[in-house]
Design a protein around this ligand. Sequence first.
Ligand code: EPU
Length: 418
Amino acid sequence: MDRLSIHGGVPLQGEVEISGAKNAALPILCAALLTADPLRLHNVPDLKDIATALRLLKQLGVESARDNAQRVEICAQTVSSLEAPYDLVKTMRASILVLGPLLARFGEARVSLPGGCAIGQRPVDQHISGLEALGAEISIEHGYVIAKAKRLRGAVIRTDMVTVTGTENLMMAATLAEGTTVLENAAREPEVVDLANLLIKMGARITGHGSDRIVIEGVPALHGAEHTVIADRIEAGSFLCAVAATGGEIRLTHVAPDTMGATLSKLAQAGLTLALGSDWITAQMKRRPKAVDVRTHEYPGFATDMQAQVMALNTLAEGTGIVVETIFENRFMHVQELIRLGADIEIDGHTAVVRGVVGLSGATVMATDLRASASLVIAGLAASGQTVVERIYHLDRGYSHMERKLSQLGAQIERLTA
Ligand code: EPU
């Protein structure tokens, strides 16, 4: 299993290009199932999760080709299977995103239930009840969601909580339903908006995306389209946390600062000096970070996907930062590992109290999930001596060539393949 070896304490310096957003690209690839025509996609990040999504779609009969320039051409002209099997769904929960499109276009789908995962239970009940409201008959048999509907019918759906992939699944399904669907309490994440923008290019009639009320007027069929995936705001935020922890000055390119408001304002509060353009950010850190309090929230609040990275920064800050996780019930697994690097953190339920220490000291730590891995890399970059981050397959799921990009910024980091 690959590990990362980091010799910390080197300020980051230089320029780095941010990749396309994983959580936008995944639903967008699944949207290919909605049409027999090809989609031409740009800025698709080179990630393990994208490879998994393409593998799943291939099993369904979807043809795709990708090149080294982040372009993917994908076509679901002939779909030979309507089943997403357990062995793929268990490795990537986002596989549930094939459910809505398959059901809407083919009237049938079998998708394995994802089961729990490291950061929480993460049920898919809202996806299921939303599709039922659109007229689908759904049963759970042998661990599979089995959904059937001759043609979905538009409905008003109010999800019990804000769910990102739930909103995406229902929005995709509703594009081909008969009549109008209203999604209330919809997710407002930029990734949902990016998917809506692609669907509109494919001929869907959608308004209100980006607000908590999305209206979709169903159409009989969608067609092919060309689309560029938005920049990954979480990858960008992770690099900013890294420079805030190590000191130095970096410039991010191909980034979308307008999707990063909550992260940018917290990092500015922590002492990072920021300058923004429409697609670039420069960030300079000359001082010890100041502790910041964060409470995770749906967009436009502070993203749960940035919680672990800002926690890593708080471990080194002047003062005490209170971090409250409100979205997932078990997303503090990085805490024990940060403590192994010398952090002073106490957890009480959904709250972590992080008392800043003057320095961290390198150690061997274990990554437990994607964003936890990023937080350990950030801590390792700032710690004295060597940090080895084990189980970085988690990191490879969602960060494109992170060690290469960090090396480019002067970090002493290398991948050890064993
Ligand atoms: N929930 C339910 N029932 C449902 C759906 C959600 O109870 O049917 C609960 C979840 O258990 C959670 C909350 O609602 O407590 C919000 O979950 P949501 O459905 O929004 O999460 P998701 O769609 O499964 C996406 C991202 C996650 C990100 C969350 C929150 C993708 C592929 N994944 O997950 O990204 O943390 O939204 O913003 O878009 C990551 O990239 O590291 C990652 C985990």
